[in-house]
Design a protein around this ligand. Structure first.
Ligand SMILES: [Mn+2]
Length: 323
C-alpha cells in the first residue's frame, strides 16, 4: 500500500499533464471495470477538465447497461488521438487490442496507465498501479481519490460502490474485508446506495436463466474423491431455454455451495466448437482453482477462474464427453 501511495502521486502528475485520455474497459467488461472507467471519467472531465473517451470494444451486459449510460461508451478508437491510455481492471486488454504493436508501428508516444487488482505481470513501460489485495479495481481508485483529497460526488461514489459490490459478490465472497466495508460505508455517506445494485444482481433472475440452471443442476455430479462438482450446458440447452451466456455464469457459484464440494466446474458451449469453463471455490476449502485454469491456459483468481477449450459437448449413454 505504501508503494501505491507513492504511485498515486505519480499518477496525479501524469493526469495533470494529459489532455486527451482513453479510458479502456476490458473485453466483455464487468461492473468493476465499467465502474472504474465511469468514476475516472467523472473525475477527469469535471475536476481536471480533460477530454476523455470511454471505450468498450464489446457490447456491455444487460446488467451493466442498467448501471451505466451506453450512450457515453464508444466501441472504436483512433489511438493517435490520445496522449494517455488508462487500462482499467485487466492488463491483458492492452495486449489483446494490440495497442503495444500499434504504438510501436506508428511510433506513438502515449503514456500508458494500468490500474488493476489481478495477479498479472505489469505492462512494460506503463505506470502500473496494481494491488492484488484489493477486492476490486474500484477500491484502488477510491484510495487514489482519497489520497488526492478529491471530494467524490454521489454519482462517482455510486460507480465505485457498484464495482466493489459485484466483485465481492454482494459482500459474500471471502475478499470482503473490514477495509472494503469501510470504503463502502464512506461511499454511502457520499450518497451511493446499495439498493439498486443489490436488486439488479440478486433479484433479477429471468425464468429462462432458472430453467437453464435446472438443467445444469440435474446434470451435476459430485466426485467424492476430489470434491469436484461438475456440470455441463450445450448451445442447444441455451437455445431451448432462450437463455443467454450470462445466464450460464453464476451456475458454478451455486454448485460450489453443495455440501462436500471442494470446487465446482461448469462447462458450457459459448461459441461453435468452443467450450468455456468456470471454476469456483471457497477460502476454507483450500483449493486454488487458478492452478487448474492455468493448466488449460486460462486464468483468474484463487477462488474464481476460467479457461476455454476447443470442442463440443456430447452425451453418450449418460456420460458427458468432449469431442
Ligand atoms: Mn475487478
Amino acid at each position: 500500500m505504501n508503494k501505491l501511495i507513492e504511485k498515486f502521486k505519480a499518477l496525479k502528475k501524469e493526469l495533470l499533464k494529459s489532455q486527451k485520455i482513453l479510458l479502456v474497459a476490458h473485453l466483455n467488461p464487468d461492473v468493476d471495470s465499467l465502474g472504474s472507467v465511469f468514476a475516472f471519467d467523472h473525475y477527469l472531465r469535471n475536476e481536471l477538465k480533460k477530454k476523455t473517451t470511454l471505450l468498450s470494444v464489446d457490447e456491455i451486459s444487460p446488467l451493466a447497461s442498467k448501471l451505466f449510460s451506453k450512450k457515453q461508451i464508444e466501441n472504436t478508437y483512433n489511438l493517435p488521438d490520445y496522449d494517455t491510455i488508462m487500462i482499467l481492471d485487466r492488463e491483458d486488454t492492452f495486449y489483446k487490442l494490440k495497442m503495444d504493436e500499434e504504438m510501436r508501428e506508428k511510433n506513438l508516444k502515449i503514456k500508458v496507465i494500468n490500474i488493476d487488482h489481478h495477479p498479472k505481470p505489469p505492462i512494460k513501460g506503463a505506470l502500473n498501479l496494481v494491488n492484488i489485495e484489493a477486492a476490486a479495481t474500484c477500491e484502488i481508485i477510491y484510495e487514489f481519490f482519497k489520497q488526492i483529497n478529491y471530494k467524490i460526488p454521489p454519482k462517482a461514489a455510486q460507480y465505485l460502490l457498484n464495482g466493489i459490490f459485484t466483485d465481492t459478490g454482494g459482500f459474500r465472497h471471502n475478499n470482503t474485508t473490514a477495509k472494503n466495508l469501510e470504503i463502502v460505508s464512506d461511499l454511502m455517506k457520499k450518497g451511493a446506495s446499495i439498493r439498486k445494485i443489490n436488486r439488479l444482481v440478486f433479484e433479477n433472475k429471468s425464468l429462462s436463466a432458472l430453467r437453464l440452471w435446472s438443467i445444469a443442476l440435474s446434470r451435476a455430479e459430485l466426485y467424492k474423491k476430489t470434491g469436484m462438482v461438475i456440470s455441463f450446458l450445450t448451445r442447444e440447452d441455451l437455445k431451448k431455454c432462450n437463455a443467454s451466456k450470462s445466464d450460464a455464469s453464476g451456475i458454478a457459484e451455486v454448485l460450489n455451495t453443495i455440501s462436500g464440494s471442494k470446487f465446482s466446474l461448469v462447462l458450457y458451449e459459448s461459441r461453435p466448437n468452443i467450450i468455456k469453463a468456470s471454476l469456483r471455490s471457497d477460502e476454507h476449502k483450500g483449493v486454488d482453482v487458478s492452478e487448474i485454469a492455468k493448466r488449460f491456459k486460462g486464468g483468474g483468481h484463487k477462488l474464481a477462474s476460467g479457461f476455454e477449450i476447443k470442442g463440443t459437448l456430447k452425451e453418450v449413454k449418460g456420460e458427458w464427453t468432449i469431442e
